[in-house]
Design a protein around this ligand. Structure first.
Ligand SMILES: NC(=O)c1ccc[n+]([C@@H]2O[C@H](COP(=O)([O-])OP(=O)(O)OC[C@H]3O[C@@H](n4cnc5c(N)ncnc54)[C@H](O)[C@@H]3O)[C@@H](O)[C@H]2O)c1
Length: 383
């Protein structure tokens, strides 16, 4: 069991409901019905939270559909395993899901009637599934994205929440934070941040996710929350390089500070309206810390550094992540394209260095050769 503290997060944060809920059988139409679109490591952990909260709060229909990209695990369909054992044995082994979380392998069936869509899958799979979601969209549906990543098109940077908003024509909030799925699933105390555009939806999503061990704060800053969630994965790759080089905590702290600074400059240059306070929420500083010490991006980057760049990212991902997807290198690549196009590479020495090490054969040790001092009078000697 984890430790559950009571933090002063946002006003009106709901507490875990302990009373049995009274169903509104006369007017079930007022109920919000939840579908989790995705069932990986984080998808399964949040399905557990949503399943617990929907049984306790009358405004939600108890049943939570969880769309499962079907695969065969030890000769059985994963969706059938989940529905009989209440465990996602592949992506969140050892954790029992509430029985009201129902795995549905057919996407159209999973989203039918859902007024709340929780998108939580690696972003590369999103374009393929959105048309089916749109065809089956319920009236009044709204979405929240838990996806950490960014996209890129001919005009530049595209937020994943925008891809969903434009693909479905509905309001989209985001939830990001220092939330390593396995620890959240053990009810270890942590915080998370919801960025909303429409306050009523932000409040509704807070009620869906908030628990005493998962304190959810809400702020009106979709782009800021989302960009923090995506960009910290790039910094985590740099932190993993430090670990692979057996460097101590001073260097990692420097990489994290420079990384946070570049995250903020990136937001300021590419997005108007990102709030400075967002960087002090769970989605900012806290997520950066947890990702640079734990998490899959750091782990894979450490392995890359230890192999001296001889093992490809694909090999490392397959070997270390057991079907999970590496996000940090994908985002580093997308960020690099944006910076290159805008002529901004020089203003982002860390992001540029992480890209060069990851994809251009630069030595891993060059992560330490950064000149981030603002004084132009300094003579810089390289180690
Ligand atoms: N795991 C965490 O601790 C964590 C925490 C916060 C946010 N996130 C973010 O949540 C998002 C989802 O991550 P996750 O950890 O739940 O996933 P994951 O990496 O554990 O699992 C991969 C998922 O992709 C699915 N998949 C594989 N091939 C597919 C295809 N062709 N089409 C559709 N789906 C396919 C798999 O079935 C599986 O559900 C990511 O953006 C991640 O950055 C993860």
């Amino acid at each position: 069991m984890g430790c559950a503290a009571s933090a002063s997060s946002s006003a009106s944060a709901p507490s875990d409901a302990t009373q049995p809920k009274i169903r509104n059988n006369e007017n079930p139409a007022v109920e919000e019905k939840v579908c989790i679109v995705g069932s990986g490591n984080w998808g399964s952990a949040v399905a557990r939270i949503c399943g617990q909260n929907t049984t306790a709060d009358v405004k939600f229909n108890s049943t939570v559909n969880m769309w499962v990209f079907e695969e065969v695990v030890e000769e059985k369909k994963l969706s059938e395993i989940i529905n009989t054992t209440h465990e996602n044995v592949k992506y969140l082994p050892g954790v029992t899901l509430p029985s009201n979380v129902v795995a549905v392998p057919d996407l159209a069936e999973a989203v039918k009637g859902a007024t709340i869509l929780v998108f939580v899958l690696p972003h590369q799979f999103l374009p393929k599934i959105l048309p089916t979601v749109k065809e089956n969209l319920a009236p009044g549906a709204k979405a929240i994205s838990l996806i950490k990543g960014i996209d890129f098109d001919d005009h530049g940077l595209v937020l994943i929440s925008n891809v969903i908003r434009e693909g479905l024509g509905i309001d989209v909030s985001v939830l990001m934070g220092a939330n390593v799925a396995n620890d959240v699933a053990k009810d270890e105390f942590c915080e998370s941040t919801i960025g909303y555009g429409i306050r009523a939806n932000g409040v509704l999503f807070q009620q869906l996710f908030h628990r005493s061990s998962f304190q959810v704060n809400i702020i009106e800053d979709v782009a800021g929350v989302e960009l923090c969630g995506a960009l910290k994965n790039v910094v985590a790759v740099g932190a993993g390089f430090c670990d692979g080089l057996d460097l101590g905590s001073n260097t990692k702290a420097a990489i994290m500070r420079i990384g946070l600074s570049e995250m903020k400059i990136f937001c300021d240059k590419l997005y108007s309206g990102v709030k400075p306070d967002t960087f002090f929420e769970s989605c900012g500083m806290a997520d950066l810390i947890t990702t640079c010490y734990g998490g899959r991006n750091r782990k894979c980057a450490e392995a890359f550094a230890r192999s001296n760049g001889e093992r490809s990212w694909e090999m490392i991902e397959e070997e270390l992540l057991g079907g999970q997807k590496l996000q940090g290198t994908l985002t580093a690549n997308e960020v690099h394209k944006v910076l290159l196009r805008k002529g901004l590479l020089q203003e982002f020495p860390l992001f540029t260095k992480i890209y060069a090490i990851s994809f251009e054969g630069a030595p891993v040790g060059s992560i330490c050769h950064l000149n981030t001092s603002e004084s132009s009078d300094l003579v810089v000697t390289t180690l």
